[in-house]
Design a protein around this ligand. Structure first.
Ligand code: ZN
Length: 172
């Protein structure tokens, strides 16, 4: 065995993971990294697939939208991935009703408050001396919001509603 191989195996013996990591509730729920923080993200959508026009109109005018929330602990990476998914989804599916429109703005504001909490987290890390199961991985952060499309749809909807309201009030 050459010197370099020898030192390599000594290195491995010294630093390769020796213990199975056991999850504790201070770690990110997806990748088991720290630091992680309890942060909640929400997505709203208005139902689709109606039996008839009446149920469609009922849902759009006075129906409550559905909101799904997901609570951490999240590390910085997994929080970013979840934030992007939920804001993009909310911007695409959440506007389409009277109550839903107002509630959608509240859901988006809540998500942006949560985003501010992500900024307080430093890069996630794990214990290099411990082994983690294969399925425990950080969520892929994916494309940023600007390139996903939902945010532009959201801005367009808000502008359109603003213009319609201004026109209505200028007529009255
Ligand atoms: Zn994570």
């Amino acid at each position: 065995m050459s010197d370099s191989q020898n030192s390599q195996s000594e290195y491995s013996a010294k630093y390769e993971p020796v213990v199975e990591h056991v999850y504790n509730p201070n770690e990110c729920k997806y990748c088991w990294s720290t630091p992680a923080k309890k942060i909640t993200f929400s997505q709203q959508w208005v139902g689709s697939g109606y039996d008839n026009l009446f149920t469609f109109l009922f849902d759009r005018l006075i129906g409550w939208p559905e909101i799904r929330s997901s609570e951490g602990p999240y590390c910085r990476s997994c929080a970013t991935a979840t934030f992007r998914d939920m804001v993009d989804g909310t911007c695409k599916t959440g506007w389409w009703g009277l109550i839903a429109f107002v509630s959608n703005i509240a859901v988006l504001l809540g998500n942006f408050l949560s985003w501010r909490q992500i900024q307080q987290l430093t890069e996630p890390h794990r214990n290099p001396r411990e082994a983690y199961p294969d399925f425990v991985r950080p969520l892929a952060p994916g494309d940023n919001l600007v390139s996903r499309g939902g945010i532009w749809l959201g801005i367009a909807v808000i502008l359109l509603v603003t213009v319609v309201l201004v026109l209505l009030f200028s007529v009255v």
